[in-house]
Structures are given as C-alpha cells and as structure tokens.
Ligand binder design. Structure first.
Ligand SMILES: Cc1ncc(COP(=O)(O)O)c(C=O)c1O
Length: 921
C-alpha cells in the first residue's frame, strides 16, 4: 500500500482539504511576499524569495480557476508585479487577497476585488447596483458556469451577470467560469461556495489546465468515457455526476437541442430547469436566486420570528411568554438578561394559533419536515423534540407489535431496549465484535446478522422477524457497510425493515464520502440498483447458483447474497440526534423514512408519535431543527469536509508527536477494526499509511470502516483512566470531551471545531506528557514502577466483556430454539410488584453459591454501566459468571439500574417457577 500511497498523496489530499490547504498556501505566498518586500532589493536573498513566490503561486494558480475570488484580474496583477520585480505591489495585492480569503471579506466588500485596492478607483458602472451603498451582509455564494465559449469572453459574461443584480435580491453571488467537464467536477469538489451550476451544452471533456494528479482523483469519482458519449450527452452526464457528488446543488441546463423534449427525459431528472440558448439571461439569474431561496427558507423559524414580533397579550398557560414577569421581577431578572428578549417573545404554543402543531402538522412544520426529507435524501421526515432517545422509541413502537422479533445489536442505546419493553417486541440479541483491550465493543458482523435470520428461517419464524436494528456509526466510530448489510439481508427476507440509529451520524449525508455509509444513502443506491435492468440479469445468474435455504447456511454465510428485484422492498429508517452533529439545540432529533411499504406503517407511526410527543413541544427547538437543515443544505459540504480534514490532521499530529506519542495514541482503523472486516487492507488515514483514494476504496468495500471524526484517544499508557483524563482536560484546560472507557477517551470533532481547538488539545496533551516525563525522571525507579503497574492494570488487566447470556426459559416460547429472542416485557413488569423481586449484594458469597449450584439468578431490570453504556443485564436475562466478574471489576461510578447498597435486583426463583413457557407477553 505504501508505494501507491506515496504517489497519490500530497496534492490529492489537498483537494479534499481544499478550503484549509488553499488558505495555507495563500498564507505561504503572503509570508514570502512580505519577506521579499522587506529584503534588500536585488540581493540574492530577495531573488530567492521572489523565485519561491513564483513557484508557490504557480502551484496555487493551478486550481484557482475554481473560485471566483481573487479571480483572473487579481492573479494577473500579481503575476505582472512578479515579472516587473515590484515587491511592494506584489506584497500589497497578495496581502489583501490572502486576508480576504481567510476572513471571507470578499463576500462583503466589492473594493477588495480591485487590483488597485481602492474602492474609489472602481468605475461606478462596473459595480453592481447595490454595492454603491457599501458592504452588503447578504448571504454570498458562487455559481459555476460550464461553457464552450472562448475564455477571452468570460470577463464580459461575468460583467453581464453582475449587471443583473438588483438591490432587493436576497443574495449576492459571483460566477465562476470553466470550459470543461473535468474543470467543472473539480470546481464542485473543491469550492464549497458553489450553490448552483449552469451547464451550457457543447463544452469539452478535458481540462486545459495541467492537472495530472487531479485527473486520477477525478477518475475515481466520475467514471466517464467521453469517447462513448452521444453528442450532447456530456452535459447531462456532468449534471448527474454533480448531483451524485453534491445532491444539494441546483442544476440548470442550457441547450440548443430542443429543451422541451430533453426536459421530459430521465437524463435530465436531476436538473432544476432547462433553458434554450437564446433565452433571456435574466430568467437564469432569477432561477438561480429562487433555487437558493428554497434551501434558505426555514418555514417554521421564519414564522416563529414573525410571530414573536407581533404585539400579543397572552391569557394562555404561558406565563413566561413575552417575558414580562421575568424582566419586571426583583429576583429572576438575570434569567432575562442572560437569554435576551427574543427567547421569551418566541415562547408560545401551537394552540395559540398562527403556529403549526407538531402533533398534526399541516402548515409550516409540515413544510419544514418536507425540507428535511429533501435535504437528507429521505422520502419523509419527522421532527423530534426529546432527543433520539424518544425518536428510537417512536420508530420501534411504530414498526413492531407484540410478538414480532427484532434482530438487534445488544450494545444499542438503551432507548431501543425500552422500545421493546413498550412495544412487546422480542429482541433477538446479536453480538458486536469485542475490542476488549479498550473495554468497548465494535459493530455486529454481517455474518452474525445473516446467521440470525437463517436460524429464524430454519425454525419457521422468519415472518415474525420484522426489523434489523443497528447503530451506525457506533459511539466509537464503526461505520457499517449499510448497502451491503441491507442487500444481503433482503436476499433472505425481501421486506425486512432496517432501523439505523445514526444518533451521531446525521451530518454524514452532506459529503459523498460518509454518505455512502448511511441509511438514506444505502436506500437511494439500492433503489436505483434494483430498478436497473442490468441488475435483473445479475440476480438471475446468482439465483441459478444459490438457493436461499437454511440447509445451505454454511454456503450462504460465505456467499454475497442478492435479493430478488421483483420482491424486494426498500425500508430504511434513520434516527439522528441533530443536536449531536448539527446546529440544533439539545434534544433536537429527526426521524427519516424511506419505506416502499409506508402505507402499512403510517397509522402505527402516527400513534407512536402521538404517544411519545409532548403536547407542549419547545418551539425554539423545532425552529433550531429547521435552521440546522438550512445550514447543512447550504454549507454542510464544506463544514463536514473541513471537520473530517481537521480530525485527520489531529490524528496525525498526536500520533507523530515524539513527546505526546510516548503516552497517548489515537487508535487507528487497524486498532479499531479486526483485519477480517478490512478486506481492503486499509490501516490508517493519510500518508505514509494510505492515500485518500485508498481510504475511499476502504469505505466502498470494507465491511466496517472507521469514521475519522471520532477519535479514540488511548490514555492508559499515561497512567490515566478515561474518567481521570476527562476530568483533567476539563478542569485544567477547559476542554470538554465525549465519553470515556477504561483506558481511553473519545474526542469527537464536529462542524464547530477550529484549528485552534485542535491546537488546544495538542498543547494540553504535550503539557501532560511533559509532566509525566518529569515526574518519572524525578521519582526514579519507585515512581517508574508505580507508573508501570498502573499502565499494566489499565492496558493489560482489562476485564473480558460479557456477551448476552440468554433469557430465562420462563421468558422464552421455545427454550430449545436456536434463536435467543425472549419476552422482555413481562420480565420488566414483574419487578413492579415488590414481592416478586429480591436483592443480592454483588460481593456476597450467595452470588458465588448460586452461580455454582443455583437457583439461577435472573435480572429484574436493566443494568447499564456508564461507560461503556450498554446493558450488561436486561430484564429476564440469566446472570452468568462472566457478568459477575465484569461487574466486580468495574471501576466506574455510574451504573444505571444498580444501587451498590442494595445489590443486584433479581426476579425471585418462585416467580420464575410459576411462569408458563408460552407466548405469555
Ligand atoms: C447510539 C445512540 N442512540 C441514541 C442516543 C440518544 O440520543 P439523545 O441524546 O439525542 O436522546 C444516544 C445518546 O448518546 C446514542 O449514543
């Protein structure tokens, strides 16, 4: 892997990290320009600096045509200054341009676009009509124009587009012209400001720029053989490639073929509007603005703002609304001062009129939900105001009824387990692969899921298996190959429903790399695949060779299974904690649905939604979900790409720092995913381990891939357990982290993180490492031995993770059955009657005696140590020796469902003896 990695690294990686690496390069040119301007004129040093500036600028300019700013005019001015050896002019122009790129000032200040740098020096008629009033704060974006026209005509075309702007336009944009398919793809990839692409038929395929390395990169994403395309098909092929890469972008096609005929074809389904060549350019301008307006509009938030500004007197049960009792108060005025007035002005209720109802949306909440569905690539979407904890319960209750079987990752969030108690569904627990050395679990192997389905098939109860329920990605960053899991499971049962808990992963929709591993990404890809006539032939060849029969289990587990396209249904549900990865307030959550059989679920879904949703949902929260959607649809691509790049840099910085890496280490993909699930051989992100191309390959093929934005920072070698390090980082360095394990903490990067945040963490780790170094040096042998013993206890003497044992026979329909599902609900409720349960102390001899000679101990409730946060006991589960050993070794403070002073809560043996082995739910 390493040789190829070397070749494909460097520039290729920078394409992905386009925004930050571009800013870095501009900073570099700026530093050279300043040094050149202050060096003695015509000295050797000045000549060398000038030469360096020429080189760096040349490298930069190679892809600068992808952005509107600084644009050809400013770049020409820089080149002229270099040619004329005018260091001062060069430094002045570069400084302004690089500063504007870093601050985004070019979006607001027209003067910065002028090489002379003086606003007054611009001829007024060259300015758009609204810029005479000074800098504008309108949202800014760029429009890519792909055109066959001569580049010499582009400045004039740009000027014409600028002249169409009006003072009351809602947004401000600048065009970026390119002349080829390759340049267009590249611009869409590297320039996250592009919101619309206008494609004029007749452009060429190859870039006129020198892009050999970038060409490799393009070829991975856009598989097109230009020689095999019919005339005119390049434009529609480009449109589809862009839609596939960045689905949020609006596409416009200008053609001199009959646009009305083209408009009805599948080829142009992804195009928003078509125009004839001679059409009025003003129409295109207005369409572009209209397209962005559709994404910018936040129906609920907009309405809430309007509502808040109306003079209203309330005689509703809303004492806080309008804030009068707060601002006039003698005692709680600081509450008002802290939050400001708007939060109180916007406090209301659906029943006051004017605002839609979350429980039965018909107006702006309905529109907001439709916009969420569009943005996240779902068929429908629902907003949740009590976190994904409740969203999961809603979905579980909507799609399962008593007696249904759910094949579920035992380590899933507790909301799923509670959902089973509520719905009466029977969980069939399947195990994730363990990462014992970090005291955590990975994800559930596909073979395990297939085996569970085939076992149910063998016992004639496949019809009762309704749902496959998995966490994607897991807390620690294991991403499923959602497409493959769905495809192979659907081969065994073609109407299976998948619930993908993407609590951490909502952001993943917004870049094409993560998207391939999401619930909705898989639903869209599989839907298209099964509609394709080529798939039918693939399936027929498969069906001739492979028979889906549990007698063939061994073969079926080894074979890649394909579903029958005439029977298969795509039924993918996703829940996400919008507040965990996007700009929503705490508890903001979404439920996304892609269900070909929605008509069967709609009724129960409505019931479940009503059962779990407050009749007084928080309006600010709903508005924040609307806003989070707007942001992701307009800047999610740039934000998620940048956060991924930051995470990869952070991984590399920590692991390569000679001081820090003595004590701390960010777990790599190789550390986190056993080799058998990494078919591609991918081990770690970035050179020298891998190129970005290899990372994409791994994400395409491997059974599991690691989300780089979730960093398991192993701290056991520093002598810290996770909780200790979490405390230290918070108290001494003001750094908040996510969860902990026995010897690690989880560092999560998100759309909010900056390079300064990364630097803060690196500095903290460096400080801590230095202190450990000094402590061990000063303390001599005794200190070193104590440290080594602590490290051993954290890193080596880790408790084995207990698997799910089994449900007690009294909670099983057929105790001999191969599948392990059980009735959790009666077990859960039996403990409501105090007389049915008993407590046994964890350290007591009674436990050891009962493990040896019975009677069996059966948990009366969920016991969830935090960390790791999954239930090591569920109601009705037989407690085995490994669970007790694990509990006894646990050194965490929080164990939900367990009070040490009381002991383990068990269902009394007499109650168990009385349970019939029937379907007694
Ligand atoms: C996998 C998973 N699902 C669901 C939840 C619950 O989400 P929320 O905090 O939004 O209620 C969590 C919370 O940590 C989680 O990790």
């Amino acid at each position: 892997m390493n040789d190829t990695a070397k070749n494909a690294s460097g520039d290729l990686a920078k394409v992905f990290a386009a925004a930050s690496s571009r800013a870095d390069r501009w900073r570099e040119v700026n530093a050279l320009a300043r040094a050149w301007a202050t060096a003695t004129p015509r000295s050797t040093q000045a000549d060398k600096l000038r030469e360096d500036a020429v080189k760096v600028l040349a490298g930069l300019v190679r892809i600068e045509h992808c952005w509107a700013y600084p644009g050809q005019r400013l770049i020409d001015a820089m080149s002229d200054a270099l040619a004329e050896r005018d260091a001062n002019t060069f430094a002045r122009i570069v400084q302004r341009a690089s500063g504007a790129i870093l601050t985004g000032e070019f979006r607001r200040d027209e003067a910065i676009w002028d090489p002379k740098g003086e606003a007054e020096s611009l001829a007024l008629d060259a300015l758009p009509p609204d810029s005479a009033t000074g800098p504008t704060s309108k949202p800014y974006f760029e429009v890519l124009v792909v055109t066959p026209t001569d580049p010499a005509a582009w400045p004039r075309a740009r000027e014409e587009m600028r002249r169409m702007r009006r003072g009351d336009d809602q947004f401000n944009y600048q065009p970026v012209h390119v002349g080829s398919f390759e340049d267009a793809c590249l611009a869409v990839m590297v320039n996250d400001s592009i919101q619309a692409v206008v494609i004029a038929d007749g452009f060429q395929f190859e870039s006129r720029h020198d892009l050999p390395d970038l060409r490799d990169f393009l070829a991975r994403h856009v598989k097109v053989d230009p020689t095999s395309l019919a005339p005119g098909a390049l434009a529609t092929t480009l449109a589809k490639a862009i839609k596939n890469y960045r689905p949020e972008i609006d596409l416009y096609l200008i053609s001199d073929r009959s646009p009305e005929l083209l408009a009805g074809s599948d080829e142009t389904a992804c195009v928003r509007r078509m125009f004839h060549h001679v059409e009025e350019p003003m129409e295109i301008h207005l369409s572009v603005l209209d397209g962005v307006k559709d994404r910018f509009e936040t129906p609920y938030f907009d309405n809430l703002k309007k509502y808040a500004m109306r003079p209203i007197g309330t005689f509703h049960a809303l004492p806080i609304a309008r804030g009068k009792s707060v601002f006039k108060s003698n005692w709680i005025r600081d509450f008002g001062q802290f939050y400001g007035t708007n939060i109180f002005f916007a406090e209301s209720s659906a029943t006051t009129g004017g605002l839609d109802s979350l429980l039965e949306p018909t107006g702006n909440i309905k529109k907001a939900q439709e916009a969420v569905a569009r943005a996240f690539g779902a068929q429908r979407a629902f907003l949740g105001t009590n976190g994904t904890s409740t969203s999961n319960k809603i979905v579980v209750q909507a799609v399962c009824k008593p007696g249904d079987i759910v094949i579920v990752d035992r380590n899933c969030h507790k909301s799923h387990h509670y959902g089973f108690v509520l719905s009466g569904a029977q969980p069939y627990y399947v195990e994730a692969f363990p990462l014992t050395h970090y005291s955590m679990y990975g994800a559930v192997p596909l073979k395990t899921i297939k085996k569970a389905l085939l076992d149910c098939m063998a016992e004639g109860k496949l019809d009762r298996v309704k749902v496959i329920d998995m966490t994607n990605c897991t807390f620690d960053g294991h991403m499923y190959n959602t497409k493959r899991v769905m495809e192979e499971c659907l081969a065994i049962k073609p109407d299976l429903l998948f619930l993908w808990d993407e609590a951490w992963f909502g952001f993943a929709r917004f870049n094409p790399f993560h998207r391939r591993r999401t619930a909705m990404g898989a639903a869209a890809a599989l839907s298209a695949r099964y509609r394709d006539p080529a798939y039918k032939a693939e399936y027929e060849a498969f069906a001739k060779k492979v028979k889906i029969d549990p007698k063939n289990t061994a073969q079926l587990l080894e074979t890649r299974l394909l579903p029958d396209p005439d029977k298969v249904k795509i039924r993918s549900y996703q829940t996400n904690s919008t507040h965990k990865s996007m700009s929503a307030f705490r508890q903001g959550s979404m439920m996304l649905v892609w269900d070909d059989d929605w008509h069967k679920v709609e009724g129960p879904f409505t019931e479940a939604f009503l059962a779990h949703t407050s009749t007084s949902p928080n309006l600010q929260l709903i508005a924040s979900l609307d806003i989070a959607r707007r942001q992701m649809e307009l800047e999610g691509y740039g934000l998620t790409m940048a956060m991924t790049e930051l995470a990869i840099r952070l991984r590399k910085t920590i692991n390569e720092n000679p001081l820090i890496s003595r004590y701390f280490h960010v777990a790599t993909a190789e550390d986190m995913i056993p080799a058998e699930f990494r078919e591609s051989g991918f081990k770690d992100f970035g050179p020298p381990h891998s190129s970005w191309a290899q990372m994409i390959d791994s994400w395409d093929r491997d059974e599991f891939a690691l989300d780089p934005t979730r960093l398991t920072l192993v701290c056991g070698n520093a002598g810290f357990d996770g909780t200790q390090l979490k405390g230290l980082l918070s108290e001494r360095f003001d750094i908040q982290i996510n969860k902990t394990s026995r010897n690690s903490i989880l560092v999560q990067t998100n759309i909010n993180n900056s390079h300064s945040d990364a630097a803060l963490l690196v500095k903290a780790l460096a400080d801590l490492s230095r202190e450990i170094d000094q402590r061990l040096a000063k303390g001599g042998k005794p200190a070193q031995e104590t440290h080594a013993a602590r490290v051993k206890s954290l890193m080596v003497d880790v408790p084995d993770l207990p698997n799910f044992s089994r449900f007690h026979d009294g909670f099983r329909e057929n105790p001999k059955s191969k599948s392990n599902e059980g009735h959790m609900r009666p077990a859960f409720f039996s403990a409501y009657d105090e007389a049915n349960s008993e407590f046994v102390k964890l350290a007591s001899k009674e436990i050891d005696d009962r493990l040896k000679s019975g009677p069996e101990m059966v948990s009366a409730n969920f016991v969830i140590p935090y960390p790791p946060g999954f239930p090591i006991m569920v109601p009705g589960q037989v407690i085995t020796a490994d669970v007790i050993t694990y509990m006894r070794k646990l050194d965490v403070k929080e164990i939900h469902g367990y009070v040490a002073a009381q002991g383990l809560k068990l269902i009394k043996p007499s109650v168990l003896a009385g349970r019939k082995q029937t379907n007694d739910a």
